[in-house]
Design a protein around this ligand. Sequence first.
Ligand SMILES: [Zn+2]
Length: 265
Amino acid sequence: MIHGSAARRLLPALAVAAGFLFSGAAYALPLHVDRLDASDTYSLSEIMQALEPVIAAKKADGSAIIMSWEALYAPLSIPQRKFLDLFRQLKAADLGATSHYFGEAPPADLEPVGLQQITRQGQPETLPPQYLPRPVLEAYRRMMAAMRAAIGRELMVDSGYRAPAYQLYLFLFYMPKHGRSITETNRFVALPGHSEHGYPPRQAIDFVSLEGVDGDGDPEAFEALPEYTWLQAHAREFGFVLSYPRGNALNTSFEPWHWHYEGRD
Ligand SMILES: [Zn+2]
């Protein structure tokens, strides 16, 4: 404890220092969306360093894509958590973007998709673990049974559920590659709450063919698959809808691999 005149001399200085260090002089300001300022850039790199071992461990056991906000925040200080909160409050509309804000959904009844194996450029490959809400996984399995019966082919789940906490991690991870600009990063990575992959009431699946044709390739390659032709004719019967057709009004690029579940009614 500090008493007497020493306290009277010290406290204002401490208050200033505490205000600078902890009230988040940097964090309380709105984020500079066109390019993070120097202070926020430093905060971001410290946060990524703190998260790196946690994310690496979760990637190794396949649980990164279903991680909770609590798990993401656990290794961070209070000011760092407040910094992430600023990102969670961002809406695409604040960035002049048109992506739809779905919000956060209650935790879904997630099921592992199970072992998935494909062949890519002649090499066998096991896909990383994926998860889907139970009704979506059941609808996907029914749809693939029908596709196999009709054309003798099927599609694997390249990307299913992605937790909003992991979505934010991805967004932060890619920021340095896009000039530390939130606006620019948002053209390539959705903000949390803005992805159908993290919104079980409208759960998205990115498909990959058994030969490895996926969303990393060109849309025309996926569009040329007989599997895609079959989906166009029959996916609706199983509750799946193409989210981003050519020339969609959402100003999102054509993604023939990305379908979302709406149910059968
Ligand atoms: Zn997708």
